[in-house]
Design a protein around this ligand. Sequence first.
Ligand code: HEC
Ligand code: HEC
Ligand code: HEC
Ligand code: HEC
Ligand code: HEC
Length: 492
Amino acid sequence: MSDASSPSPASGRGRTVILTALVATVATAAATAMLVNIFERKQESRTPVVRVVEITDDTEDPAVWGQNFPLEYDGYRRTVDQVRTRFGGSEGVQRTPTAADPRTIVAQSRLEEDPRLKTMWSGYAFAVDFREERGHAYMLDDQTFTDRQNVVKQPGTCMNCHASTYVMFKKLGNGDLTKGFEAMNQMPYSEARKLAKHPVGCIDCHDPVSMALRVTKPAFMEGMKAMKASQGVADYDVNRDASRQEMRAFVCGQCHVEYYFKGAEKRLTYPWAKGLNIDNMMEYYQEVGHKDWVHKETGAPVLKAQHPEFELWNQGIHARSGVMCADCHMPYTRVGGTKISDHHVRSPLLNINRACQTCHKWSEEELKSRAESIQARTYRMRNDAMDALVALIEDVKAARAAGATDAQLEAAWSYQRKGQFYLDFVEAENSMGFHAPGEAARILGDSINATRQGQIALRDSLAGKPVTMATPAPKPAAATEAAPAPAARKSN
Ligand code: HEC
Ligand code: HEC
Ligand code: HEC
Ligand code: HEC
Ligand code: HEC
C-alpha cells in the first residue's frame, strides 16, 4: 500500500485504486463462479443423471439407495475399515468363532488395556465387557454379541442407536413414529433384534425425495425440545426449526450422546432438560434421583456416562465457530468430476488433508501433533482422576469392611457419585478431549476435587465430625413422590 511518504504519491495511489478495483472484480467473479460451481455440483450429486430406482419413505435397504447414489454408498460400506490412531480409530482382535458368537474379529478390549475400569464399574455390566468402538458397519453385531447381553436382560431401547429404526418404528406404531419408538423400548432386546435388519441407514438421516438431512430418532427430538424449553424456546421442532448447518451435527447427535432409560417403560431419554453441559446433566440426575447401578464394593448409587460426543463438542471452540461433526468426520471429497460428502465416517486423523486442511493451513504433521498433544494432556489428567477415584473406592471399601454404617458412608458416596460421573464423561467421550480441550480439563479437575473431598468426608464422618455432601446434593434415597419436601441439606 502506498502512503504519503512514498515517491510520486499521485500515480502510485492511482495505480493502487485501479489494481484494487481489478482485484476486487476478479475476486468477486471467482467467488461467484465458485459458488455457482458448488451449487451445480450439489445439484449434480443430489439429482443423479439417472434415478435407477425409486426410493420411498419405506425403502430401508441402503443397497437400494446405493443404486442412485453409488459414491455415497461406496463410502458408507467402507466403514468396515479398522485402522488404529494413537488415541482412537479402531483395532480388530482375532478370535475363534463359537455358535453363540460367530465373529472372527472383535474390537480391542478396553478392560484389558486398563483394569482400573473394572474397579470403577464394579457390579455393572460394563465391568464385564467394554471395547473400543468401531465403524458404523459393525454397530448391530457388536451390540448383539457383547457379553453385556449375558449378564443383564437388556431392553429393546438399546436398539435405538444401533440399527436403522425409521421404517421399523413406523410399522410398529401404525404410521406413528413416536408410538413405534415406545413399543420397541418396552420389548425384550431379543425380540427387537429380530425386527432390525441394518445398521444406521440412509433413511435415518435423509429424506428419500429431497435427500435433505432429517432427524428420525424421537429421543433426540424430545431431548432438544426439553433443552430449548429450558432456554425459553417453546415447542421446538428440530426438523422444522434447525438450520441446514445445524443438521450436519444433529444427525449425529441422534446417537452420540449421554442417555438413560426412564421409568418402567424404559423410554430412551437424553438428560438435557436443564441444558447440555455436564453440570446441567448432573443437576438433572440429582433432581430425578436416577442411578445407573449400585457400586458393588462401596454401596454408592452411581451414574455411568456414555459417549457424550455431541455434548462435549457443543462446549468447544469448533462448535462455537460453526464447525459441525460432518465437517471433520464426513468432509467433502472429489470423486472424478463430482464433489460429495465422504460417507466413510471415521477418525479425522486418518484423513487430515480433507478433514482439517480445508480450514487450517498448517502441515499435516503439525495438525496431527496439535491434536495429539491435546489428547496426551487429557489422557494424563484422566489417569490422575482415575487413580483418585480408585483410592476413594478403596477407602470406602475398607471402612465398610470395618463396620461403618450407611449413614457414615453417605457423604463419601455422594462424592464418589460425582467423581465417577465427571471422570466417566471424559473417559466415555471418544475424542480424548479434542472436541473441547478446556472443558474436558475442567471436568477432570472437578472429578479429582470431588473424589479427594470424598476421602476427607469419609475420614471426618468416621471421626464423628460434621461433613458436607457433594454439590449438587443427591435427592435423599428415602424421598418418594408422595413424601413431603426433603429437609434442607448442607452442601458445599
Ligand atoms: C474439528 C473437527 C471435529 C469435529 C467438528 C468433530 N470431531 Fe469428532 N473427532 C475429531 C478428532 C480429531 C477426533 C480424534 C480421533 C482420533 O483420536 O483418532 C475425534 C473423535 C471422534 C470419535 C471417536 C473416533 C475414533 O476413531 O475413535 C467420535 C465417535 C466422534 N469424534 C464423533 C463426533 C461427533 C458426533 C461430532 C459432532 C457432535 C464430532 N465428532 C465433531 C474431530 C472432530
Ligand atoms: C443413545 C444411543 C445409544 C443407546 C441407547 C445405546 N448405545 Fe451402544 N453405542 C452408542 C454409540 C454412539 C457407540 C459408539 C461409541 C462408544 O463406544 O462409546 C456405542 C457403542 C456400543 C458398543 C461397542 C463398544 C462397547 O461398549 O463395548 C456396544 C457393545 C454397545 N454400544 C452396546 C449397547 C447396549 C447393550 C445398549 C443398551 C443397554 C446400548 N448400546 C444402547 C450409542 C448407543
Ligand atoms: C444410529 C446411531 C448413530 C448415528 C446416527 C451416528 N452414529 Fe456414529 N456410531 C454409532 C455406533 C453405535 C458406533 C459404534 C459401532 C461399533 O462399535 O460397533 C459409532 C461409531 C462411530 C465412529 C467410530 C468409528 C471408528 O472407526 O472407530 C465415529 C467416528 C462416528 N460414529 C461418528 C459419527 C458421525 C460423525 C455421525 C453423524 C454424521 C454419526 N456417527 C452418526 C451410532 C451412530
Ligand atoms: C449418519 C447420517 C447419514 C447417513 C446414515 C447417510 N448420510 Fe448421506 N449425508 C449425511 C450428511 C451429514 C451429508 C451432508 C449434507 C449437507 O451438507 O447438507 C450427506 C449428504 C448426502 C448426499 C448429498 C451429496 C453429498 O454427498 O454431499 C447424498 C446424495 C447422500 N448423502 C446419500 C446417502 C446415501 C445413499 C446413504 C446410505 C448409503 C447416506 N447418505 C447415509 C449424513 C448421512
Ligand atoms: C470448517 C473449518 C474447520 C475445520 C474443518 C477444522 N477446524 Fe480447527 N478450528 C477452526 C476454527 C474456526 C477454530 C477457532 C480458532 C480460529 O478461529 O482459528 C479452530 C481451532 C482449532 C484448534 C485450536 C483449539 C483451541 O482450543 O484453541 C486446533 C488445535 C484445531 N482447530 C485443529 C483442527 C484439526 C486437527 C482439525 C481436523 C480434524 C480441524 N481443526 C478442523 C476451523 C476448522
